[in-house]
Design a protein around this ligand. Sequence first.
Ligand code: AMP
Length: 289
Amino acid sequence: MNTVKSISSLKKNIRNFKARNLSIGFVPTMGALHEGHLSLLRKARRENDILILSIFVNPTQFGPHEDFEKYPREEKKDKLLAQKEKVDIIFYPSKETMYPTSFLTNVTVTQITEVLCGIKRKGHFQGVTTVVCKLLNLVEPDILYLGQKDYQQAIVITKMVEDLNINAQIKICPTVREKDGLALSSRNTYLTETQRAEAPILYRSLKEAKKLSEQGELNPSEAIRLISQNIEKNGHGKIEYIECVDAKTLTPIKSFKKDAVIALAVKFGKTRLIDNIIIKVNEKTKTQT
Ligand code: AMP
């Protein structure tokens, strides 16, 4: 495994792989690797000749009052984990490498970034698309692996790749969870013991809402009501949003008659957790028959 910090060295490696016709799988992350990240690495390892992991805590996707400074940084541990997963290259750039003082460009996807997480996290998705666009230009992967955990992010990146004609296939991989259902996240370490004990209510409620729709409930408001009541009576979680949206356009749906996603963001103290569940119309028909 090779840790690469400079753009010139990364490009040299990529040129070499391309000349040898080797396929490249790419997993971009902010580090503090957990089983969620590792599941992406394992899938990418199976499906490609070369596996590239990037670790970069991207300052431009954090708001001014967010956790950029305290975001966990675990370089040594991450390198060991990456080695175990047979990563070929870790791209580990500095802030200055990604954003030299002369930097002037941003990539913006409109509309689908202005809903859900985009409402409270102004500028967040622009930070994400700008850095991911740069990384895709550098790594030139055949396949980009993203987690369903960050559903809106995956849809936004997919749209950017489509709109900007970037040559990468995208695979959105299932959310890896703790035994009690809490989606793995580098931010879970911020939770106090009480908050950690309460947090599994998010996925439990999402599953209950999905079941409700599978039992024939077509009204998304009923699903939202069920989830919010669950969370409110469970403890200290403060709901930022719970929404049922079209799986592609992320616009609110009026009925569970097409593929949808129920997405939510809930704050436990200062820690903001997100989660989602996909509701496929075909699956519903299957369950009902
Ligand atoms: P992050 O380091 O949080 O920016 O995440 C890097 C990638 O890992 C993104 O594509 C995330 O969606 C994905 N990811 C994060 N948590 C999980 C999880 N629990 N299960 C699956 N993928 C995840």
